[in-house]
Design a protein around this ligand. Structure first.
Ligand code: GAL
Length: 671
């Protein structure tokens, strides 16, 4: 077996220590090795030192850093610096500054706010990326490219308006096609040329903010425009270093970019994980949210191992209240990432700076470089654990249950004038389904509507409000071939263009139900249904439907729709399609989804997990299974393992009940 080891690293900003480099840089290398760190991400915000004046480059300091890394056996994840620009650039090329939705230009400052249509910015980025790629192509430390930092994009400047109009022309061909696709006869909004179409001013009321179709098109444009910019950044990297993988660090459910699309353009997906641990019973929920985000990020990378590019080895400093995570949390959050498919544990940042807005952010080393502190000790502990579980590195998940999270469905819901107009809770709803599946003992793959369904036995699709081209047909074929499909309320309302259907809605034959009406409320409106001997409360949303071939497994117990179906089953070919017509809590979903999957002959990874314990599994190329048990309880928990396992933590073999430490992740190899 090849020598396997996880990446264990951190963001590192040696240029902030230029004045003290004689004392600091060598010491940093020593400390990093002491902590078991084998990778440092450099150059992320280094533009001012790489190009101090327009066209004047200085790579000597980065040469020294790269050489130091190589000499110390460390890998470099080298960043392109576009996440932040030096002030001279804004002064000389004001087009690099964005314009906000109210058409006000930004002034220089902060970061992550360049205009991606600016020809000057595009040229400067291409130039510096080319120089970086040419210079370090054969450097022994170069391991991976880290493109920019936490990309986001929304700029309303005149150039971006033009780019939007060109994108619209490409998509719709003629202005009449656009008008029809957006239902623009409504309020006399028919455009007579693409030049009249401006970006929406949402959330400001200055211009267009109400049209769902127009808003959706803008979201899609922004996402595509950003993906094109990513492509532009990658061109020189791929040209001069074709064998060096490229990543960009993502932000889990960030609404502005279709991460599945962006992920498809990367060699490996990475993301920044900042759970806001509370050191109380809320940590169970926080752990569930974090697990969901890991699974989503793995999904955007096509289920391959991903990288946890950043995490905090202490308390962050940007939250309203910055609670200190108790001892053991760094180890828990690091192993949780591995459990969900990460091949790395990386921190922000290695040595904290003396000033700037992150001077008090948690770090491996404080500014004085001392190691006599908890963060450093906990990082050493993580390093030790990563060595023990090294055989897991590179292994993949093989989950049989897929859960749909789709940015296009989410965007359409964000602008949908129905139900809870300003908070449809898409993200919360998918996360609650994820938590339920995990509580029921299943490992879960997050997919979008374009993903391949063939690896799965069940597809769980909550709130797929907008149906992308071909999804309904794919789901139907999946069920006909024996798959289990589950759809929730508010699914299949509109087509790819966000238009309602005038022929039979595509999901009707699959679900065997017809959606008639939709009820939404906040408080003071009681309803529930009874299933398997229990009463399950309903919250906030109830869809009223009539049966068109399906059978009702449960009905509403209150309101004027008492007796109407709420849980339905439709036999389709060799498979089955269930619908749940109302919003319920995670406990109910655990019971319902767990019950339906077991009834469908789809076994969980581990049966009868105690409350607060979840399981995940990874498999190496020889089929060796690694099982992870995550105990989020603040006390020990006992689990009965389904067969013989050896703990990778202490080498002990076990067959039957095992005790899990409080707030811990235990890793086993199947015997
Ligand atoms: C991340 C960002 C880092 C750093 C960190 C602090 O979102 O990528 O550069 O700012 O937050 O938590």
């Amino acid at each position: 077996m090849a020598d396997k080891h996880f990446l264990h690293g951190a963001d590192y900003n040696p240029e902030q220590w230029m004045k003290h480099k004689a004392a600091v840089w060598q010491e940093d290398m020593r400390r990093a090795k002491e902590a078991g760190i084998n990778e440092l991400s450099v150059g992320i915000f280094s533009w001012a030192f790489l190009e101090p004046e327009d066209g004047v480059y200085d790579f000597t300091w980065l040469d020294e850093v790269m050489d130091l890394l190589a000499a110390n056996g460390m890998k470099a994840i080298l960043a392109t610096p576009s996440g932040s620009r030096p002030p001279w650039m804004a002064e000389k090329y004001p087009s690099v500054l964005r314009m906000d939705n109210e058409r006000k230009p930004y002034v220089y400052g902060a970061r992550h706010n360049a205009c991606y249509s600016s020809p000057d910015f595009r040229r400067k980025v291409t130039e510096i990326n080319t120089r970086l790629a040419q210079r370090y192509a054969n450097h022994p430390a170069l391991y991976m490219w880290h493109v920019s930092n936490e990309y986001n994009y929304e700029c309303h400047c005149p150039r971006c308006q033009k780019a939007f109009q060109a994108w619209l022309k490409e998509r719709y061909g003629t202005i009449d096609e656009l008008n029809d696709s957006w239902w623009n006869t409504f309020w006399s909004h028919r455009f007579s040329s693409f030049a009249q179409v401006e970006s929406p001013t949402t959330p400001s009321f200055l211009g267009e903010w109400e049209s769902p179709n127009h808003n959706l098109a803008w979201r899609r444009f922004c996402s595509d425009h950003l993906a094109d910019f990513f492509q532009l950044e990658c061109e020189p990297l791929r040209k001069y270093t074709p064998n060096i993988p490229v990543t960009a660090n993502l932000m889990h459910t960030f609404p502005g970019i279709d991460y599945f699309e962006l992920g498809r353009r990367m060699d490996v997906v990475s993301w920044d994980n900042y759970p806001r641990w509370k050191n109380d019973e809320r940590d169970r929920d926080i752990s569930e949210w974090t697990g969901f985000r890991h699974d989503l990020m793995r999904g955007t990378g096509g289920q391959k191992p991903f990288l946890m590019m950043e995490s905090c080895p202490g308390a962050v400093n940007w939250d309203d209240v910055n609670t200190l995570p108790p001892p053991g949390t760094v180890l828990y959050q690091s192993l949780q990432a591995i459990a969900h498919g990460s091949d790395s544990v990386q921190y922000f940042q290695f040595r904290a700076g003396r000033g700037g807005s992150e001077q008090f952010h948690g770090s491996v080393l404080p500014p004085d470089g001392s190691t006599d502190n908890r963060a450093f000790r906990e990082v050493c502990e993580v390093s030790d654990a990563l060595c023990r579980i090294a055989p897991v590195c590179g292994s993949r998940t093989r989950n049989r249950v897929a859960l749909v999270y789709d940015w296009h469905a989410r965007w359409a819901l964000d602008y949908a004038w129905t139900a809870h107009r300003f908070h449809q809770k898409y993200e919360e709803t998918v996360q609650s389904h994820h938590a339920a599946l995990c509580r029921a003992g299943y490992g879960v793959d997050l997919i979008d509507q374009k993903s391949d369904l063939t690896p799965y036995r069940a597809v769980i699709a909550p709130m797929v409000f907008l149906l992308r081209e071909g999804f309904a047909e794919k789901l139907t074929a999946f069920a006909e071939a024996g798959g289990l499909v589950y759809l929730s309320y508010m699914s299949g309302y509109v087509d790819e263009e966000d238009l309602r259907f005038i022929t039979q809605p595509p999901l009707e034959a699959l679900t065997g139900v017809r959606t008639d009406e939709l009820d939404a409320w906040d408080k003071g409106h009681e309803n529930h249904f009874c299933w398997q001997g229990r009463e399950w409360p309903i919250h906030q949303v109830a869809q009223l439907c009539s049966l068109r071939g399906a059978e009702a497994l449960a009905v509403y117990e209150r309101q004027f729709y008492k007796g109407m179906p709420v849980l339905t089953r439709n036999r389709v070919g060799d498979g089955v399609c269930y619908t749940l017509q109302a919003r319920v809590d995670t406990d109910c979903l655990t019971h319902v989804l767990g019950g339906l999957l077991r009834e469908g002959g789809i076994p969980p990874l581990v049966e009868h997990l105690p409350e607060g314990v979840t399981a995940t599994a990874r498999y190496d190329e020889d089929g060796q299974q690694y099982l992870f048990l995550l105990n989020t309880n603040r006390e020990a928990a006992q689990v009965a393992l389904p067969k013989g396992y050896r703990s990778l933590m202490d080498g002990r073999e076990t067959n039957g009940p095992v005790m899990l430490d409080a707030f811990s992740v235990t890793v086993f190899a199947a015997l």
